[in-house]
Design a protein around this ligand. Structure first.
Ligand code: ADP
Ligand code: MG
Length: 476
């Protein structure tokens, strides 16, 4: 199997979450009754003309700048022709030889190392509608709600070398478009779609082999499975002395295999020509600067900062930067004075667990970053124990009340007075003579039993370190 090296390049379509379509004012929302979001332009009625959506351009620019692309100051739209019922105009407005942006890169972590995949280009285009083939019926249904929704196509260089790497690249791309607020990255609903180009070559060879293009994978898992399947299929062909045919293949998730969809079309099949109804797209210098200045701190930079400057583990840094909102929440907890590592523990475990349990977004979290910082501070100052803090956290989450407020109202302040704790320890020792005997006979594990009893007696409020210290002394 590993006599061959896979070579993979991805073409990803990112639906831009603008309110209206790329070239008309019809709604670009997902769902809706079939054909509700159409207008004369979407329906390609004669005499209608395209008007470019300004926000779509801004979103495309965000992605281009975030991936370090060179922006063309003047790019052009082109017509790409094909005939299919979901494309009423008979052509898709896309960009061809003068795309908006070129030569960028997407960085991500693969097996603990930062990898970089070069981007060939990012161009703007419009989506097509949707055909539904009704089983057994002599007709098909057409829904044009999606027709004309703005897209960017992100084309990678063939830099990817495994199915797993392709999936990680795609995850990073999804994370990026979500950070940038330009797409929800929902692969099931199709707002993020990806075609994979796959070829193999003998290990050590520089020359690329013949590639096939895989379509119809609507989850990371399917992308990875489809590519792995294709690598095996091509390897078997070459081993049998046969050739790989350049073609487009469809992934069938149910069968776990792919089949030929069509032979690969060539650019000339599309009869590209410049879109005569749209002027060239000019991007001014100050527009680039404006969009650039508004970019958020990007995931890979944020992860680095969390590791290098906040001292977080790779695991925590990765977890806390998965979503921009979570990373920002965490930053705010630290800004409110909490210890960086403790804050990472609370946000990464307690808080995310609660939110996930209710499938709640962090924006709807009942505990504000300042309130969480206060709770962390109470533990830090030994006013409450870590164990009590968990109970307080649950109460904060359930009621939205502040940490100090709950601690005061319920008398949860930790007992740190050694003489008070010692009295309880003595009482517990007196009440359990058998255990004392066993402990003194060498059963060290029983210390935990005594600690537990003392904590029970004090309602969990005794400082555990002091309890441990005193018990050891009194039992020795
Ligand atoms: P097209 O537009 O016809 O699909 P492109 O030349 O634009 O063709 O390439 C599309 C994708 O295919 C790119 O992501 C590129 O990296 C990838 N690619 C090109 N050649 C190969 C190859 N031999 N093996 C794997 N991927 C390839
Ligand atoms: Mg292609």
């Amino acid at each position: 199997m590993n006599r061959y090296e896979p070579v993979i390049g991805l073409e990803c379509h990112v639906q831009l979450q603008t309110r209206s379509k790329a070239f008309s004012g019809a709604s670009a929302a997902f769902g809706g009754a079939p054909n509700a979001y159409t207008d004369p332009y979407t329906l390609a009625l004669p005499g209608t003309l395209p008007v470019l959506n300004r926000v779509a351009v801004e979103y495309a620019l965000r992605m281009a700048l975030a991936t370090g692309c060179t922006i063309r100051r003047l790019s052009r739209f082109a017509r790409k022709h094909y005939f299919y019922p979901d494309l009423p105009k008979g052509y898709q407005i896309s960009q061809y030889d003068e795309p908006l942006a070129e030569r960028g890169k997407v960085e991500f972590v693969l097996d603990g190392e930062v990898r970089s995949v070069r981007l060939t280009r990012i161009h703007m285009e419009e989506d097509a509608g949707k055909n539904t083939h009704v089983a057994g019926a002599p007709f098909s249904l057409i829904d044009l709600n999606r027709a004309g929704v703005p897209l960017i196509e992100v084309v990678s260089e063939p830099d990817i070398r495994s199915a797993k790497e392709a999936a990680e690249y795609l995850r990073a791309l999804r994370q990026l478009v979500r950070y940038l607020g330009i797409c929800d990255g929902n692969m099931e609903e199709g707002s993020l779609r990806c075609d994979a180009n796959v070829s193999i070559r003998p290990v050590g060879s520089e020359k690329f082999g013949t590639r096939t293009e895989l379509k119809n994978m609507n989850s990371f898992k399917h992308v990875q499975q489809a590519i792995d399947y294709e690598i095996v299929r091509q390897s078997q062909l070459l081993d049998a002395g046969e050739r790989v045919v350049q073609e487009t293949r469809l992934w069938d998730a149910e069968r776990g295999s792919s089949h030929t969809m069509r032979s690969k079309e060539e650019a000339h099949d599309y009869r590209y020509f410049p879109e005569p109804d749209l002027p060239p797209l000019k991007i001014a210098e100050d527009e680039i600067e404006r969009v650039n200045a508004l970019l958020p701190e990007l995931p890979i930079a944020r992860r680095r900062r969390f590791i290098d400057r906040q001292g977080l583990s790779v695991y925590d840094a990765t977890l806390l930067t998965a979503e921009r909102e979570i990373a920002e929440y965490y930053d705010q907890v630290v800004a409110a004075g909490a210890d960086a590592k403790k804050a990472a523990n609370w946000v990464g475990s307690e808080l995310l667990r609660e939110l996930n349990r209710e499938a709640k977004a962090i924006g709807d979290c009942p505990i504000s970053p300042i309130a969480l910082a206060e709770l962390i501070g109470l533990v830090e100052e030994a006013i409450i124990s870590g164990k009590i803090a968990k109970d307080v956290f649950a109460k904060m989450y359930g009621t939205g009340r502040g940490a100090r407020e709950i601690v005061d109202a319920e008398g949860l302040v930790q007992v740190t007075d050694p003489s008070a704790i010692e009295a309880v320890c003595r009482k517990v020792i007196e009440a359990n003579p058998k255990q004392v005997e066993k402990y003194r006979g060498g059963n060290d594990k029983l210390l935990g039993f005594f600690v537990g009893q003392v904590m029970k007696e004090t309602g969990g409020k005794a400082n555990p370190e002091i309890v441990n210290r005193l018990l050891k002394r009194l039992l020795s």
